[in-house]
Design a protein around this ligand. Structure first.
Ligand code: NDP
Ligand code: MG
Length: 387
């Protein structure tokens, strides 16, 4: 039986690698739905190669282009954000991979969970914004959330066979990004090109900037809190520049399990799609002799302020992680547009958190309101900081 996969964000870094995984295991998987935001050309090419049942282009202005290019095929074409949230409920979908970036993942993920679809979750922002709602909904609809993020996949893999054995703590590993070991003075003048140059991973622009600022690790702490039902004090971060150990779990007897391998996102993507099986795959193997030393360091949160801001938002809970995420999305975009400097991203986020009055156990509507309001606030601050 082939499993029919919906890939939300198929034109992105994770989406493309997921299609590689599907090609490699074409006896096991079919690409049933593919979606993109505005990259019509790549979406069209993917549709011609994988012949999905449906494609959705988020940007409605690109609808005609996609429709015409696929007119001679059976592929159904839809457009708009609502269509992305609707197609995930299709009867013919067996699993939904959320590989779109940012807050845009929230509503489609909720729709997919309500439709009872297993979720291969790459879109960490969804859990940052609405972790409580998402995990409760998943439990209610008996839906599994299969982590794709490499650290969370590592922890998930370490937990296999542990039944009810309690977690004492987890260690999320971080490469440290391109600015590992640098001080604040250095960070003030770093350029977009430097920030986009990740030492170990090739990823979309937003997560690459988040990795450079260490916000990615902060978002991942919040993601881990919800995925594994942990308290803040059970989640630690350790810098491991080689990116070979993808994360670790420490159990109550003191034993630590680590999951290792070369940095290659196809592995966690495949594991989420094939769980609990491990079908043969020819990805490059790790060779211990090529890595005689694996090293570990602390991260300086007074330099990488975004990580501290995320930890603070996680501790406050309620709507604060949602505000953190919205402010960060605006700040990252402003940095990518050369509107603000690298360390100013932290100023924007801190100011937005300061200006937010927390509300605990927020409803979805409250989170949507918080997201919209924080974006307005953050954009204003970016303009005032603009150079
Ligand atoms: P990319 O930027 O490479 O791809 C994002 C995808 O989402 C594209 O298909 C894009 O379409 C689509 N998209 C963008 N904005 C919207 C929107 N508003 N509505 C609908 N679709 C949209 O991102 P990545 O693949 O790097 O990351 C995807 C997610 O996975 C993120 O949440 C990231 O944090 C997470 N992740 C990524 C990892 C990686 O290695 N890349 C590792 C771990 C987690 P278009 O191409 O048309 O713009
Ligand atoms: Mg990660």
């Amino acid at each position: 039986m082939q499993r029919r996969v919906a890939i939300l964000g198929s034109t992105g870094s994770i989406g493309k690698q997921a299609l590689e995984v599907i090609s490699m295991h074409s006896q096991s998987f079919i690409a049933e739905v593919l979606t993109a935001q505005s990259n019509a050309e790549t979406l069209i090419n993917q549709a011609l190669t994988f012949n999905p049942n449906v494609v959705v282009i988020g940007d409605a202005n690109k609808y005609e282009t996609v429709k015409q290019a696929l007119a001679h095929t059976d592929v159904k074409v839809y457009a708009g954000a609502d269509a992305i949230a609707q197609v995930v409920t299709m009867d013919t979908i067996d699993i939904v991979l959320t590989a779109l970036v940012g807050y845009a993942g929230l509503l489609p993920t909720i729709a997919a969970i309500k439709a009872g679809k297993p979720i291969a979750l790459a879109n960490k922002e969804t859990l940052v914004v609405a972790g409580e709602i998402i995990t409760q909904l998943a439990a209610q609809h008996k839906v599994v959330l299969l982590p794709v993020d490499s650290e969370h996949s590592a922890i998930f893999q370490c937990l296999q066979g542990e039944w009810d054995n309690a977690i004492e703590k987890i260690y999320l590993t971080a490469s440290g990004g391109p600015f590992r070991g640098k001080d604040l003075k250095y960070l003030v003048s770093v350029t977009k090109a430097q920030a986009l140059k990740h030492p170990n991973w090739s990823m979309g622009a937003k997560i690459t900037i988040d990795s450079a600022s260490m916000m990615n690790k902060g978002l991942e702490m919040i993601e881990a809190k919800w995925l594994f039902n942990l308290s803040e004090t059970q989640i630690d971060v350790v810098v491991h520049p080689q990116s070979i150990i993808h994360s670790m779990v420490q159990f109550e007897d003191g034993s630590i399990k680590a999951q290792m391998g070369l940095p290659d996102m196809r592995l966690p993507i495949q594991y989420a799609l094939t769980y609990p099986l491990r079908p043969q795959a020819a990805y490059p193997r790790f060779d211990f002799k090529l890595y005689p030393t694996l090293t570990f360091e602390n991260v300086d949160k007074t330099v990488f302020k975004n990580l501290q801001l995320a930890i603070d938002a996680m501790a406050m809970g309620g709507i604060m992680p949602c505000a953190l995420n919205a402010a960060n999305e605006i700040a990252v975009q402003a940095f990518l547009n050369d509107e603000i400097g690298f360390v100013q991203m932290s100023e924007v986020i801190a100011a937005c958190l300061d200006a937010t009055t927390n509300e605990t156990q927020p409803a979805l509507e409250t989170l949507m309101h918080t997201d919209a309001q924080t974006r307005i606030k953050a954009s204003k601050i970016c303009k005032s900081l603009g150079h």
